[in-house]
Design a protein around this ligand. Structure first.
Ligand SMILES: [Zn+2]
Length: 387
């Protein structure tokens, strides 16, 4: 593998220009004026260098990306969207490894190096989504981990729990859930199944929680209690957690402390007008916060570009951030926050870290989020992919 020297970039957080020398897939040295005879040199003078972007919540298996535009015709209700999804999947050939690979290719070109995707598991689709995602992921240099996701209910859709177990047996990394109260109508039993599977298979947990207000707050408490009781801190996440953005400050504060203490992470997508969790408060308390697109160009909605810097902009915008240091929190969610959620080792910009890097024509992180310009260079495991 050829050594690569990135000359004169601005590594995020370093505060001054530095060269980065990469060999054997790792960052070897970071500093000014490095000598590297024989190395491939990329002059990135004055350009921002970030670690690889992390897409922490998407639904690759559902995507229509890369094909012709499919007019979105679902009724604007949850039932309408579910009906549209179930009714048109077969007609449109979803899941399709070709479209999933096209989307992963777009993500990679935009600097994403790691993806967590929630893959539908139910008696109709079985494990076909899991297999399609695996097939696509093998074609693109992005690391993809899957969450076995009961999109149409776990307790309310007989046969789903058994299929989740099959998915975990086949090597899927995490078990998901969906509104243990609002969808499954029995949060205690729903969480029994999810956490039981996590314990049995050593899987991580990532639960979609749309239930709002005090109901959603109570479910967060239940998840915090389970995580503590089973010693699963650092391995459990809640996606969306709209309730947290709706509760009064005191109630929100107690939950944020509980999440921090138990080691439960949050993932936000900041889509449409749904409530966004309190980003600054979560970071101040030490809660891991990651972000992702949720659906990208699928039967649930037509939006999403696959660019995690654009997604970080939505998180910052929806959080009413204007100051650079605030906007930088959204970038943190799209990088270090996602890496912590996934438990990545050797993630960052220090010697010894894996050489997963993105270079942008920007002077700083807030500009990268707001402008999200075309990437100058993307590197995965020391290999320049896009330049
Ligand atoms: Zn989702």
């Amino acid at each position: 593998m050829t050594d690569v020297l990135l000359r004169g970039g601005l590594p995020w957080g370093l505060g001054s220009p530095a060269d980065i020398l990469v060999s054997d897939g790792l960052i070897q040295q970071v500093g000014p004026g490095l000598a590297a005879p024989g190395a491939q040199v990329a002059d990135v003078t004055g350009q921002l260098v970030l670690p690889g972007l992390v897409e922490a919540h998407c639904h690759l298996d559902k995507t229509l990306y890369g094909g012709p535009w499919v007019p979105h015709s679902a009724d604007d209700t949850l039932a309408g969207r579910i009906g549209n999804d179930l009714g048109r999947r077969a007609e449109l050939g979803v899941p399709d490894p070709g479209r999933i690979a096209a989307l992963l290719g777009r993500m990679s070109a935009a600097g994403t190096t790691h993806v967590r995707t929630h893959t539908d598991i139910d008696p109709r689709v079985g494990l076909r989504g899991v297999e399609a995602v695996r097939e696509a992921a093998a074609r693109v240099p992005v690391e993809v981990s899957q969450v076995a996701f009961p999109q149409h209910g776990l307790l309310t859709n007989p046969g789903t729990a058994e299929l989740l177990e099959e998915a975990l047996k086949s090597g899927v990394e995490a078990v998901g859930g969906l509104d243990p109260a609002g969808i499954d109508r029995d949060p205690v039993r729903s969480l029994d199944v999810i956490f039981g599977l996590a314990e049995r298979y050593g899987a991580r947990v990532d639960i979609h929680l749309h239930d709002g207000g005090t109901l959603g707050g109570w479910e967060l408490e239940l998840i915090i209690e389970r995580t503590r009781a089973l010693g699963l801190g650092g391995r459990v996440a809640v996606s969306h957690a709209y309730a947290l953005g709706q509760l009064d400050e005191a109630h929100q504060g107690r939950l944020v402390e509980g999440l921090a203490e138990a080691g439960v992470a949050l993932v936000t997508a900041a889509v449409y007008s749904f409530p966004v969790p309190p980003v600054k408060r979560l970071r101040a308390a030490g809660v891991t916060l990651a972000c992702g697109h949720d659906g990208i160009r699928d039967l649930w909605g037509p939006y999403g570009s696959g660019d995690m810097l654009e997604r970080a902009m939505h998180v910052a915008y929806r959080s009413t951030f204007r100051r650079d240091d605030d906007i930088e929190l959204a970038l943190h969610a799209a990088t270090y926050g996602g890496a912590r959620l996934l438990g990545l080792d050797g993630y960052g910009l220090a010697p010894g870290d894996r050489a997963d890097l993105v270079v942008l024509p920007c002077g700083g992180p807030a500009e990268a989020v707001v402008v999200h310009p075309a990437r100058t260079l993307v590197m995965k495991d020391g290999v320049v992919l896009h330049n």
